[in-house]
Design a protein around this ligand. Structure first.
Ligand code: NDP
Length: 412
């Protein structure tokens, strides 16, 4: 069918590449390009020999000219951006210059401030439309599958969705007192930022980890989860008509929270540069260098993830609730692709999103968040490629009364 240029060779890219190779009917050829070429070569060495032709290249994705030269050489049908959020705009610029489709799994982030905003990428809408190419934003799990679940719920079960709670539970245990499951810098920026949710037309800001709820997750059990801001809230607020409230919760264990608090208290999570022995260093980047590499967690992580969305709204004038989620087993993922479930649940939808664009199922010109496309073919592929979903039409709600969110229970 076609050719993909994959930028990045980290945890998420590794899973996506395994899955592209499994889906060789669509991915006849892939080029793996990243800053450190040896990582691309290692993936090629592991996966070569199947039907998908694999090449590798070195690229600095902060450099638009280098990217343009590489895209012109490879001539891919799509560029899969699985590097870091800092590279989104340079890669989009190169896609525009070469009229090549684009996809990613995280919104653009300036290096010096944690913003989690789509505005920079939404500014490319007209230019992508005029160039006749598609940009698919946020094709991981959250953002990604959570947006597809929302579009699917609206299309098949509701006339109007009024409340969405996204629940991201990682019941996995890697045995370390503190480690992050994906890029530590991005992860810590996300969880140390203020919380935020949207209700009745306005954003309500909370202190980091201020709102806590307990929830009994299927196949994982009882966990404590905390309200965070997460980037898909911004696009879902725009794309779900009639929405009254949307929140995002993620589970964290006590050891993770205790270490994070201590690191924060001593300034290790700061993204403000400091001078050390005549050199400018960013404390959070230094911390990343000493924490376990997320890729090394695969063999040691046991347990399951459960990520999904609870919807509440109206169908034919009646109140209706609907919960849809995926459960993923860390060790099963490791057996299949050599990575734990957090990389797996992101890498699989990255492959599926790219396949949707390459096969022409999702190819309208412009810049789109994932919930703006027809969810049905993507939902079918989730079942096929290792992320089956479960539906519950009578779920336990996060809190019985929507008003409860206005009286947050403070974390002690
Ligand atoms: P990693 O840190 O494991 O991998 C990042 C890769 O990008 C590395 O191979 C790195 O190269 C490469 N890279 C970084 N900078 C450049 C550059 N300037 N030029 C070329 N290559 C570069 O991260 P993850 O795989 O954990 O995460 C990848 C993306 O997925 C992130 O954007 C993250 O936010 C997103 N994500 C999305 C989720 C979702 O559900 N939507 C969930 C989890 C992650 P090098 O090896 O040299 O460092």
């Amino acid at each position: 069918m076609g050719k993909a240029l994959i930028i990045g060779a980290g945890g998420v890219a590794s899973v996506a590449i395994h899955k592209c190779v499994q889906n060789s009917e669509v991915f006849e050829e892939i080029c793996i390009a990243s800053r450190t070429k040896s990582k691309c070569d290692a993936l090629k060495a592991k996966l070569d020999g199947g039907k998908t032709k694999i090449t590798t290249a070195q690229v600095d994705a902060d450099n638009v000219d280098e990217l343009i030269a590489l895209i012109n050489e490879i001539k891919p049908d799509i560029v899969m951006n699985l590097a870091l959020p800092y590279q989104d705009l340079t890669i989009m610029d190169a896609c525009l210059a070469t009229k090549t489709n684009y996809m990613d799994t995280a919104n653009y982030e300036p290096e010096d401030t944690a913003k989690f905003e789509y505005k920079w990428q939404w500014d490319y809408r007209e230019r992508f439309e005029k160039a006749g190419i598609t940009a698919l934003l946020g094709s991981g799990f959250d953002p990604g599958v959570t947006g597809v679940f929302s579009a699917y719920a609206l299309k098949h079960y509701f006339d109007e969705i009024e409340y969405i709670d996204i629940l991201d539970c990682n019941g996995g245990d890697h045995g370390y007192p503190f480690a992050t499951n994906f890029n530590p810098e991005i992860n810590i920026r996300e969880v140390s930022a203020n919380g935020r949710y949207w209700e009745n037309g306005e954003w309500i800001e909370t202190k980091p980890m201020e709102i806590k709820r307990g929830y009994n997750f299927s196949e994982v059990g009882e966990k404590e989860m905390y309200l965070l801001y997460h980037e898909e809230l911004e696009s879902l607020v725009q794309n779900m008509p009639g929405l009254k409230r949307i929140r995002f919760f993620m589970t964290f264990g006590p050891s993770y929270l205790m270490h994070l608090k201590a690191l924060e208290n001593v300034g290790m999570t700061s993204i403000e540069p400091i001078e050390y022995e005549g050199k400018q260093i960013i404390p959070l980047q230094f911390l990343k260098a000493i924490l376990p590499d997320p890729a090394s967690l695969g063999p040691r992580t046991v347990g399951k993830t459960n990520i999904g969305c609870i919807f509440k709204g109206k169908k034919d004038g009646q109140d209706k609730t609907y919960y849809i989620y995926n459960v993923c087993d860390h060790q099963e993922c490791y057996k299949e692709v050599g990575s734990q479930a957090v990389s797996y649940t992101t890498g699989v939808p990255a492959m599926i999103g790219a396949a949707m664009v390459m096969t022409g199922k999702w190819n309208k010109p412009g810049v789109f968040n994932i919930e703006e496309f027809n969810p049905d073919p993507f939902m079918e592929e989730l079942n096929k490629w290792g992320l089956p979903w479960v539906e519950d039409f009578n779920p336990v709600l996060v809190d019985a009364l929507p008003e409860e969110a206005k009286k947050p229970e403070l974390v002690r």
